[in-house]
Design a protein around this ligand. Structure first.
Ligand code: ZN
Length: 279
């Protein structure tokens, strides 16, 4: 599932590739991707003739702003991909559900094997009403500038295991299983360390780790795992998985202490960490 860095990489690509373009035609091949609509027409009509003026992000939701004040909301879900195509002649990938063609040529295609992702058009003001998660969204760790002591107050308020606190969307937006493990290793803290038992020094380390890991992940264009479900607009894999310190590295050496990385199951998820470097 794409997390914050992957969605931010796609946002930046979209800004370069489709901002300023005008929608010529929209083809809907899979109704589940536009499940807020009973028919194709209202969705298609809201887009055709509109120019895309810019791309914003709220948590893991992409908002393509339209020149009439509405926004095309795109959520990738578990396996959604946005793919740029040069034109209609480019072969259609399996599981392509929506195709947007621009007047200047070229297409944006929404591909989604597991169909948890979705697209819809709404007014900018109504986005939070439409998506409950966004109404209660926490801080955006890639955008919000915050002091470490304020961060510390918020962490301590959670009274939860650190991994749970980091993945709480009402606290921080967009951190999932991969980046919570990487952040905690970077900070030298265990996943089950209680958030309200951190020393000021540990809070500072955690605060720094959140920023550094996520920014590095964007720099390396996100993490593509073995399932290769995350690729960028051009179908290319990210490179940050090669920089993972613990995630999916069970039994391999910790780069810091050379002891094996361990995996533990916790509420149905795998957690990877080093028993020696993380306290
Ligand atoms: Zn270690």
């Amino acid at each position: 599932m794409p997390e914050l860095p992957e969605v931010e990489v796609i946002r930046r690509d979209l800004e370069k590739e489709i901002a300023g373009k005008k929608v010529k035609a929209v083809e809907v091949l899979g109704m589940r991707s536009i499940r807020r609509y009973k028919q194709r027409k209202p969705f298609v009509d809201a887009l055709v003739g509109r120019k895309i003026t810019g791309i914003e992000r709220r948590g893991k939701y992409l908002l393509a702003k339209l020149d009439d004040g509405d926004v095309l909301v795109i959520h990738l879900g578990m396996s959604g991909q946005l793919r740029r195509a040069a034109g209609t002649k480019e072969p259609m990938l399996k599981h392509t559900h929506v195709v947007i063609t621009f007047t200047q040529g070229g297409q944006l295609r929404f591909v989604d094997p597991r169909t948890f992702g979705e697209l819809f058009v709404t007014s900018l003001d109504a986005v939070e009403e439409q998506v409950d998660e966004l109404a209660h969204l926490g801080l955006d760790p890639l955008e919000t500038v915050m002091s470490w002591d304020r961060f510390g107050e918020l962490v301590r308020d959670r009274h939860a295991k650190l991994k749970v606190a980091l993945m709480d969307q009402k606290f921080l937006a967009g951190i999932g299983n991969i980046y919570s493990d990487e952040i905690l290793h970077h900070a030298g803290l265990r996943w089950d360390h209680m958030s309200d038992e951190l020393t000021p020094e540990e809070v500072r380390r955690l605060y720094r780790a959140v920023g550094e890991v996520l920014q590095d992940a964007v720099k390396y264009r996100g993490s593509s795992l073995a399932d290769e479900q995350y690729v960028d607009l051009h179908g290319k894999k990210g490179g940050y998985q090669e920089h993972h310190q613990v995630y999916a590295r069970e039994g391999q050496q910790c780069y810091r202490c050379r002891r094996p990385v361990v995996r533990e199951k916790f509420s149905g998820r795998s957690t990877f960490y080093c028993q020696y470097c993380q306290v």
